[in-house]
Every structure is written in C-alpha cells, then in structure tokens.
Design a protein around this ligand. Structure first.
Ligand code: PMP
Length: 406
C-alpha cells in the first residue's frame, strides 16, 4: 500500500490553508488535483517539444507527434482496447457523448427510433440526446432507479422494443456513487442487437475498466477527473462502430484530400479529430495514467473504499443525516442532507472551515426530481484523502448542526 503522507507531497495544492485552515478537498468527483509529474509534463512539453503535430518534417514536430501518439497507445493499454485508432481524443466526456449522439443520429436514427437513458444520468448524457431527439423526432426512454439508488433492471428489460437503436448509460453515478452492473446491462442490450455507450467519467478514476472484457461499443471519460489536465477527454469506440459513423466536425487533420468538388476523409482516429489537438494535454493524461498505475489501481480502490466505509459510518453517527445512494457496489461518493438544512448553507459553513464539498443538483436535475430533493451535499474522495480529513469534516458537520439547532 502507498504511503499517503509521502504521496500527498506530490500534490502541492493540498498543502495550502484556506481561511487559515488546512484545506480538506472533498470535491474530487467534480475534478481531481494534479500530481507534480503531470504538471511537470505540461511544462516540459511547452519548454522542449512544442511544435504542431502530424505532417511536420522537422525534428520537433516529429517528437511532438510521437509523444501524442504514444499517449494514445497508453490510453489504449489503460482501457484494454484492441487498437490505438479506437481511441479518439476529445475535450472531455461531454464532447465524446456529443460526438456519438450527433454522428450516430445522423447515420442511423430516424423518426420514431428510441434511445435508452437512465434517471441517474449527468446532463451531459441527457441533453445531447434531447438535441438529436428534437432534430429527428426520436423517443428517449428512461430507466428508473429504486430506493437504494440502483437501476431497475426489470424496467430496463421492458424498455426494449424493435425501435431501440442505442443504450447510453453512466457506468458510475456522480451523485449516488452507484456502480451499475454494466456487464449485465450490455449483455441485455446486445441480445437485442443494440449497441451501448457508457459514460465512464466517474468510473475510470476508481475502477479498472476493460472495454474488451465489457464488450462495450463506446466508452467516454475525462482526463481532469483522473488526475490529468483539463480540456482532454477520451472516446473509445469499437473499430467497426467508429468506421461506420460520419465525421463530427470538419477541418484540418480529419481529411485525406480536399477540393471544392470532393473531399475525402482521413482514417481512424483522425476522422474524428478535426483541428490541432491538445497534444501537450494528451501526454499529460498519459503521465496521469502512469502515475496511478505505479501506485496500483487495486490499492487506490481499496483505500477509497475504506474512506467511503469510514465516512458513511461516521456520518450515520452524527444523526439527522439522510444519505442518498445505498447500493452495495458504490464508488467513493457520499451525497447527503442534514435534517432540513439547505445544502448551500451546509456547503458555505464547511467552506469557512476549509472543507471543499459540492452542493446543489450536481448536473443531474432529473435525478434530484426522482429523489424528491432540490439538491444534496456531496463529499467525494480520491487517492490522497485521509481518515483524519474525514474526522475534520465530521466535526464540521456537527458544527453546522449545532448552529442551525439554535
Ligand atoms: N458524466 C458524469 C457522470 C460526470 O460526473 C461528469 C462531470 N461532472 C460528466 C459526465 C461531464 O464531464 P466533463 O464536464 O468533463 O465533460
């Protein structure tokens, strides 16, 4: 097991005080902090190997291209994909989902076709489908959740019809922490010959994901939630699936030849990567993946699960705490409400103590509606968090409770 205090030194931001209190950063589901090697990689990239990639004959352009393509290879290894060209770099999960929604709808969807989503989706896996639904007169069908925050599998089975064309679901809920039984969900969809897109934004930081073992058709995630830079994301797609889809954006890089009479498109992955990519960001993402591999994904998961167990237990001791998301398989996220105290008030008071949590609807308003609340307080843990920080957080929660009891 890694030594947590040594590891925390890799994250300079964690050393600071906020309002003269040591920072307790529990907003990791929104974004994670970056270790030195990742920031160093960005700095060294701009200082030493910055030149526009692909087609350059000069040394620097080739070095930058090699680093960028090596990063693609690292992501392929990380996800267990077959080919590097099945890895498309995007700006984030949101752009990856928009890409599929737009291209898939363009090619395959016509009036009356159906796409299955769930009640626990992030807005970025709802709105792109609504845009296409409005454009093409599609029907969106929604899998409900049960009282523990799990998807209702029987309801899911019943949603399939001969018009179902795609399933797009989150792997892990950003609010409830629910780890969905994606193997089963995919197998059911495939038994109807329906492909599946998984939103892995909250999964890859915590779970080992093997896209081939899952047999998933498309998989999306964001670098910034896995200790990498902002502005970089990944769309994995099976070669066959990506090949049959039309380009999402037009521009440089994505073409084979251009004339005013006829333009032909480049091969995968470049067909989906119009314009100059963030080739420094991709190498920093590869560095982030190497960082967590070197710590050990299983050890990170065990540590986070211990934090989740500890935080849940201690929150329950406080009394008056309602926790949302009680499935057995959960990632290190605790959403809760403290009696009838507004989540913003809880968040603001915790902030005064140097504790960063997220409050509100967490970009999941349909889920809030299903839970019958306006918002929640969410504490989410990463590899660098400690039980001592959870103790500080629990003391903070007690103070909030006392203050509002007056
Ligand atoms: N899906 C889920 C489940 C998320 O938690 C998030 C980020 N909050 C997103 C999608 C969107 O990710 P990004 O903003 O990095 O594109």
């Amino acid at each position: 097991m890694f030594e947590i205090q040594t590891l925390r030194k890799d994250f300079p931001i964690l050393q600071q005080t906020i309002y003269a209190k040591p920072l307790v950063y529990f907003d990791n589901a929104a974004t994670t902090q970056k270790p030195r090697p990742v920031v160093e990689k960005i700095k060294q990239g701009y200082y030493n190997v910055n030149a526009n990639i692909h087609r350059g004959v000069h040394y620097l352009s080739q070095a930058a291209t090699e680093a960028h393509e090596a990063a693609r290879g690292a992501v392929r290894d990380f996800l267990g994909a077959r080919f590097a060209h099945e890895i498309i770099f995007t700006r984030g999960t949101t752009e990856a989902i928009n890409l599929i929604a737009s291209s898939f709808a363009e090619k395959f969807l016509t009036e009356g076709d159906e796409v299955i989503l769930s009640e626990m989706e992030h807005h970025s896996n709802i709105v792109p489908w609504q845009i296409q639904a409005a454009r093409k007169n599609l029907t969106l069908k929604v899998v409900p959740i049960d009282e523990t925050g799990a998807l209702d599998l029987e309801a899911y089975r019943r949603l399939f019809s001969e018009r179902t064309r795609l399933v797009s679901l989150t792997h892990v809920s950003n609010v409830l922490g629910t780890i969905n039984p994606v193997e089963t969900l995919i197998a059911i969809a495939h038994s109807h010959q329906v492909p599946v897109l998984l939103d892995g934004a909250q999964a890859v930081p915590h779970l080992g994901v093997d896209v081939r073992a899952l047999d998933v058709d498309f998989y999306a995630f964001s670098a910034h939630k896995i200790y990498g830079p902002t502005g970089i994301g990944v769309l994995y797609g099976k070669e066959k699936r990506l090949e049959e889809l039309p380009p999402y954006q037009g521009g440089g890089e994505m073409i084979a030849s251009v004339s005013f009479d006829k333009t032909t498109f480049n091969d995968l992955p470049f067909k989906f990567e119009a314009g100059t990519p963030d080739y420094i960001g991709t190498t920093a993402l590869a560095e982030a993946l190497a960082y967590i591999e070197q710590l050990g994904r299983a050890d990170i998961a065990a540590h986070e699960q211990e934090l989740l167990r500890y935080a849940t237990g201690r929150l329950q001791e406080v009394g008056g705490v309602r926790i949302f998301g009680r499935t057995e398989r959960k990632s290190s996220v605790v959403s809760f409400l403290l009696e009838d105290i507004h989540p913003y008030d809880t968040g603001l008071l915790l902030d005064q103590l140097g504790i960063a949590v997220r409050t509100g609807h967490h970009c999941a308003q349909p889920l809030m509606k299903a839970l019958g609340v306006e918002g929640t307080v969410r504490a989410s843990f990463a590899l660098y968090n400690t039980k001592e920080e959870i103790d500080v957080f629990i003391d903070g929660i007690k103070q909030v409770r006392t203050l509002f009891k007056r």
